[in-house]
Design a protein around this ligand. Structure first.
Ligand SMILES: *[C@@H]1O[C@H](CO)[C@@H](O)[C@H](O)[C@H]1NC(C)=O
Ligand SMILES: *[C@@H]1O[C@H](CO)[C@@H](O)[C@H](O)[C@H]1NC(C)=O
Length: 421
């Protein structure tokens, strides 16, 4: 007994020392001057880099494979620990009834505020988590979903859609769509109001929310499109160019383009070709599709920190990898992948659209351009832009790395749900 105890103390100490050592190495990230919670920001970046470093070590040793169940489990534990302090997340919550179940064969977690249990016609939010269509889960988002449900008094259905690369487009999107359609068609059984169905998601989840709204239009009462990817045509945006200088070994890593090749069922070897816009042909670069992501037209200068960058945007159009373009042409013209390129008529039918973007996010511009386009088409839309925010800031309204920016983002989402749903 005593021996076992001392062995675990030694193992723990070694582990803690190791983590501390690597954190010191990884705490060298540049922090923007205007960022208020400097140390937590660095710590988050350092922890994410440590996780990335350990995973790449374990894959090189053949102990684990990227995007395998084990890789995903570790990512979930890691995020839960960062956001709640414990790998198993939060405990029982007397203010909510939480159910794990399946709707139309898709796994979901349902959060019902205890004070409205048994009531009919409650408002409901169907939520799609982020993670590049490839990682994370409804379990990993559990603390955030609890908070939103509790504070807004809205029933939340968090969808555990199937993930890429095992399940590329359109499988994750169809899973999400099936759940939303089920909720609309079975509102009585669920005790919710079919005229008060909101959908929402962040990152890849925001992409799918926007795609689903294109199909369901005003059957949806409100959509929350948070730090979304809304186009895959132009990666050399001002948002990318400005922000690849920050957090570029963690949340803003250029390697994240692998999530897109996963979703499109392509070899990860193509990720870099997307990044440099070599995935589109010269003709495509001159087409109407490129026009709908034209930054001079749709990206107001006021959101760009480096004004010169905006002034000097000019896209070279005479290059491109034809072979790759042939492979991806269908995807590039698909509004369900790039909602920004949908035609004006479809976009005009969208429900109230709440868009959230963060200044230090490399996909910052997609949400802003979407907001501008919807405003131009007289669609009701609100943009919540946080200049000091970063891509995953919404994960930190609580826990050991609780940051003001996370608190603010979630409070604003709760306010929108209360006012608009
Ligand atoms: C990452 O950021 C550093 C500065 O923080 C910069 O020197 C480097 O070029 C960036 N990497 C990429 C791939 O842009
Ligand atoms: C872009 O694609 C072309 C045609 O396949 C290729 O020759 C070129 O090397 C690519 N550019 C880069 C920078 O990879």
């Amino acid at each position: 007994m005593k021996l076992r105890f001392s062995v675990s103390v030694i193992v723990c100490s070694v582990l803690v020392l190791w983590v501390a050592l690597f954190l010191c190495v990884f705490l060298d990230t540049p922090v923007p001057d205007e960022f208020p919670e400097n140390f937590k920001f660095k710590l988050m970046d350092g922890l994410m880099r440590l996780h990335g470093f350990m995973m790449s070590g374990m894959t090189s040793l053949g102990l684990i494979e990227y995007f395998s169940p084990a890789d995903r489990k570790i990512a979930d534990w890691f995020i839960l620990t960062m956001t709640t302090g414990f790998p198993w997340g939060s405990g029982v919550d007397s203010r909510l009834q939480i159910t794990d179940t399946k709707l139309r064969d898709v796994r979901v977690k349902i959060y019902q505020p205890a004070n409205s249990l048994g009531k009919k016609k409650r408002p409901v939010l169907v939520y799609f988590h982020g993670g590049g269509w490839s990682l994370l889960s409804a379990d990993c988002y559990d603390p955030i979903m609890r908070k939103i449900s509790r504070e807004s008094d809205v029933v939340v259905i968090s969808v555990d859609y199937r993930l890429s690369p095992q399940h590329p487009f359109p499988v994750p999107l169809n899973d999400c769509f099936d759940v939303v359609e089920y909720v609309l068609d079975n509102s009585d059984t669920l005790g919710v109001d079919s005229s008060r169905v909101a959908i929402g998601g962040d990152s890849a989840g925001g992409n799918m929310a926007a795609a689903i709204s294109l199909r369901l239009q005003k059957r949806i009462a409100l959509q929350l499109v948070l730090v979304p990817v809304l186009q895959i045509i132009n990666w050399q945006t001002t948002g990318y160019m400005e922000n690849v200088l920050y957090l570029n070994k963690s949340i803003n890593s250029p390697n994240s383009l692998v999530f897109l090749t996963n979703y499109l069922n392509l070899s990860p070897a193509y990720a870099h070709q997307f990044l440099i816009n070599n995935h589109t042909s010269p003709e495509f670069k001159k087409s109407k599709y490129f026009d709908s992501v034209d930054q001079k037209k749709w990206m107001p200068k006021k959101y760009v920190r480096t004004k010169d960058l905006w002034e000097n945007i000019e896209y070279k159009k005479d290059f491109g990898n034809q072979e790759l373009f042939k492979k991806v042409e269908g995807y590039l013209k698909e509004p369900l992948i790039s909602p920004l390129i949908a035609d004006d008529e479809t976009l005009s039918g969208l429900p109230f659209t709440y868009i959230m973007t963060c200044g230090y996010d490399f996909i910052r511009d997609d949400g802003i351009m979407f907001h501008e386009k919807l405003k131009y088409l007289n669609v009701k839309t609100e943009l919540a832009h946080y200049p000091e925010g970063f891509h995953n800031a919404l994960m930190f309204p609580h826990g050991p790395l609780k940051m003001d920016i996370g608190v603010k983002i979630i409070a604003d989402i709760v306010r929108i749900l209360k006012n608009k749903l």
